[in-house]
Design a binder for this molecule. Structure first.
Ligand code: PLP
Length: 360
């Protein structure tokens, strides 16, 4: 059964559904930004982001206009010492992205290839060279829906005097994360995942240990030092994503008021509702260490294949989920729980899965 024009529900791991107040701000004219009023917005966003991430005293946040990958590249260019190189946890396409960024900038990358290993027991990490000056890890490897144990990666960094550089783009504000408890030196975040804003704004939060090691000159547009310098007065070196910054301020104000734990619990409840509703369907969770943010699902029956299911969910039920690439393309697809989703949206998707998979 499909409506003539079903309401589109977006369950992709970014971009995600946005809240009505975000959409309203997006309809306004973009204001001029080289003035005190906009500087105050930038400074307020910096203060609130550091608060929500529980960053240590003296931390800073830079705002980069670009996709999340721009912040990954800024962090690599600004924090990886060309002599010491970086350890890179590669458990999927986002780990591979760190490897590729290091290669483009001719920075030595010591790659730890893993498959849904939480790294908790330290045996895999022990393969990295002790000399690496940074460890690059995706808190949630979004291509397979798997989370690493940041306590374990932090312990490796502490033992080797390495910077703990964490890409939390697909985990920030959906899952518990604490820069102090997880001893994170650099945290990479972007606008269009758990923050539920349009794509185009990316952030790097830097603890004092990272600030002390910032290197300049490896990139012009993505230079952390230039962003930090202008950020002191609430400005950016280049035209910022002005409207998204205003939407960010509105969102952060709401999140700070309720506290991050309330948002983590809201997303956790949606993820739990979805996963409980899968019982009896020919689907298996692809990862054991799953975030609240997303569920990667493997089809256990012969038919339909994942691309067919993904297409029918969209065309017939208005549910946009994400296909996988590479070797998992025919069997795995991903369902995000980030953004402005409600229990009714989850139920609608579950009902669609039940009828497409022949259970109802
Ligand atoms: C979405 C995502 C990114 C950034 O992707 P962009 O397309 O550049 O915004 C980076 N890392 C992870 C883990 C992600 O999920």
């Amino acid at each position: 059964m499909s409506d003539a024009a079903p309401r589109m529900r977006i369950f992709t791991p970014g971009p995600v559904m946005m809240w009505p107040e975000t959409l309203r701000l997006g309809a306004q004219q973009t204001p001029y930004f080289r003035n005190a009023a906009f500087s105050a917005v930038v400074q307020d966003c910096e203060r609130r982001l550091l608060q929500l991430a529980h960053a240590p005293d003296g931390s800073r946040c830079v705002f980069i206009t670009g996709a999340g990958t721009a912040a990954m590249e800024a962090a690599v260019c600004g924090l990886v010492d060309p002599e010491r190189g970086a350890g890179v946890v590669n458990g999927g396409s986002f780990g591979q992205r760190f490897v590729d960024i290091c290669a483009v900038h001719r920075l030595p990358a010591h790659v730890l290839t893993v498959d849904r290993d939480p790294l908790s027991d330290g045996t895999a990490l022990a393969q990295l060279p002790a000399s690496a000056g940074a460890l690059l890890v995706n808190a949630h490897e979004t291509s397979v829906g798997h989370c690493y144990d940041l306590g374990a990666t932090a312990a490796w960094c502490a033992a080797h005097d390495a910077l703990h550089v964490v890409d939390a783009i697909s985990l920030f504000m959906t899952d518990p994360l604490d820069m102090q408890a997880d001893r994170i030196d650099a945290l990479i975040v972007s606008s269009h995942k758990g923050l539920a804003l349009p794509p185009g704004l990316a952030m790097v939060l830097l603890a004092p240990r990272a600030l002390a090691r910032v290197r300049t000159g490896a990139s012009y547009y993505l230079d952390l030092a230039a962003h930090l310098g202008d950020g002191v007065r609430g400005q950016t070196p280049f035209t910022p994503a002005v409207t998204i910054m205003l939407q960010l301020q509105q969102r952060l104000t709401a999140l700070c008021e309720a506290g991050p734990a309330a948002e983590w619990a809201r997303v956790a409840a949606l993820a739990a509702r979805f996963r409980a509703g899968l019982a009896g369907l020919p689907l298996r969770c692809h990862a054991r260490h799953m975030p609240n943010a997303m569920t990667a699902l493997a089809l256990t029956g012969a038919a339909p294949d994942a691309p067919t299911l993904v297409r029918r969910l969209e065309v017939e039920y208005g549910c946009v989920v994400a296909p996988n690439g590479g070797a998992l393309a025919s069997t795995v697809f991903r369902v995000g729980h980030m953004g402005a989703l409600e229990a009714g949206d989850i139920d609608h998707l579950l009902a669609a899965l039940q009828s497409l998979l022949g259970v109802l």
